[in-house]
Design a protein around this ligand. Structure first.
Ligand SMILES: NC(=O)c1ccc[n+]([C@@H]2O[C@H](COP(=O)([O-])OP(=O)(O)OC[C@H]3O[C@@H](n4cnc5c(N)ncnc54)[C@H](OP(=O)(O)O)[C@@H]3O)[C@@H](O)[C@H]2O)c1
Length: 305
C-alpha cells in the first residue's frame, strides 16, 4: 500500500527535525533542502509543489532573524510572506491542505500579568518580522482547509535555538543573565511535532484548518519569562549532570540587558503569551506544558555531545 506523501519545507529547522523524529510512520515524508527549493525564488515554488503531488504540505521554513529582518526586509518578506502565498496557491490548485506556522510576534504586546492572547485578538506587529509573518498567515488562511499554528519561544535539541544556545553558553562556563520582565509562551518543538501529527489525519480527511495558538502553557502556570525558561533548562541540565549543581541563572531586566549589550534593532512585545484553549478543545485534551519538554530537550542535547 502506498503511504500518503507529505511535503515538509524547512525540514532541516528545529520544528522540521522534530516532525521527522516523531513521524508516526503513516506517511512518506518528502524533505527538500534549501538547495532543492530556495524559497526566495518565488516563481519556483508552485511548480515544485505541483510536481511533487503531495497529499499535504507542512511549511516549517521561515526567516526567523528578528533583528536582522529590519535590514534584510525584502528577503524576510520573500520567505515569510510571498513564499507562503505561492505555497497556498499551489495547495489550492491541488486541493490539499497547507499547515503553516506563525508567531506570537504578530501581537504588539500587553502589560505583564495581562490575560493570555487568544486567536480573536487583533494582531498588530511591532517589527518587520512580525509584519511578514502576519502577511504569511493571512495568505495561508485564505483557504479554509489550511491550518495556521502560532508558536513561540521554541526550544529543542535540534539546531541552534534559544534553549540550546543558553545551555551551550552555560556549559562553556559563561554566566547566564536573562530578562525576567519579558513574558511569553515557551514551547518544546517535540510538543509542536506531536500536536501536528495529531491534527494531520483530520486535515487529510478534508476537515477544515483554521488559526490556533500552539503554546506550552497551562492555566496553572500561565506565562513564563525568559529567565523562567533559562532557569528551567539549567535545572534540567543539572539533573542530567551536564552542569554543576550550584550553577544559577541571574535575573536581569530588558533595560539592564540593553545597557550591557546594546538596544536590539527590532522592537519586541514585553508580554506575548498565548492561550491554547481553542486548540486544546479541538484536540480534546490539554497541550503538554513547556516544562515537560525540558528533560527530553536536555537528553537530546546530551546524546549529540
Ligand atoms: N524558533 C522560534 O522561537 C519561533 C518562534 C515563533 C514562531 N516560529 C515559527 O515556527 C516555524 C518553525 O521555526 P523553527 O524554529 O523550526 O525555524 P528554524 O529552526 O530557523 O528553521 C527554519 C528553516 O527554514 C529554512 N529556510 C530559511 N530560509 C530558506 C530559504 N530561502 N529557502 C528554503 N528554506 C529556507 C531553513 O533552511 P536551512 O536548514 O537551509 O537553514 C530551516 O530549515 C517558523 O514558521 C517560525 O517562524 C518559531
Amino acid at each position: 500500500m502506498q503511504l500518503p506523501k507529505l511535503l515538509i519545507l524547512g525540514a532541516g529547522g528545529q520544528v522540521g527535525q522534530a516532525l521527522q523524529a516523531s513521524s508516526p510512520g503513516l506517511y512518506t515524508l518528502i524533505t527538500p533542502t534549501r538547495a532543492d527549493l530556495d524559497l526566495t525564488a518565488s516563481a519556483a515554488i508552485e511548480p515544485f509543489i505541483i510536481a511533487t503531488k503531495p497529499a499535504l504540505v507542512i511549511n516549517c521554513a521561515a526567516y526567523n532573524f528578528v533583528d536582522k529582518a529590519e535590514q534584510e526586509r525584502e528577503r524576510c518578506r520573500l520567505i515569510n510572506a510571498t513564499a507562503v502565498a505561492r505555497m497556498a496557491a499551489a495547495c489550492e490548485r491541488l486541493a490539499i491542505p497547507l499547515v503553516h506556522f506563525s508567531t506570537d510576534y504578530v501581537f504588539e504586546g500587553k502589560a505583564a500579568g495581562s490575560a493570555l492572547y487568544t486567536e480573536d485578538e487583533p494582531p498588530c506587529p511591532v517589527n518587520h518580522y512580525g509584519q511578514t509573518k502576519l502577511a504569511g498567515e493571512r495568505a495561508a488562511l485564505a483557504q479554509s482547509r489550511n491550518l495556521v499554528l502560532r508558536v513561540s519561544w521554541v526550544f529543542s535539541e535540534f539546531g541552534a535555538n534559544m534553549g540550546s544556545r543558553m545551555l551551550a553558553a552555560a556549559c562553556a562556563g559563561q554566566p547566564l543573565r536573562m530578562a525576567s520582565d519579558q513574558w511569553g509562551s515557551p514551547t518544546y518543538a517535540g510538543h509542536i511535532a506531536e500536536t501536528v501529527w495529531a491534527l494531520v489525519p483530520a486535515l487529510l480527511r478534508g476537515e477544515p484548518g483554521g488559526l490556533y495558538h500552539l503554546s506550552g502553557l497551562s492555566a496553572v502556570m500561565p506565562a513564563a519569562s525568559r529567565w523562567d525558561l533559562a532557569a528551567g533548562l539549567v535545572e534540567a541540565a543539572i539533573a542530567a549532570a551536564m552542569l554543576p549543581a550550584d550553577y544559577r541563572v541571574d535575573a536581569t531586566t530588558q533595560a539592564q540587558w540593553q545597557a550591557l549589550f546594546g538596544v536590539p534593532a527590532a522592537s519586541r512585545p514585553d508580554f506575548s503569551a498565548m492561550a491554547n484553549d481553542k486548540l486544546a478543545a479541538r484536540l480534546g485534551r490539554a497541550l503538554p506544558h513547556w516544562q515537560q519538554g525540558l528533560a527530553p530537550c536536555v537528553t537530546g542535547l546530551l546524546a549529540q555531545s
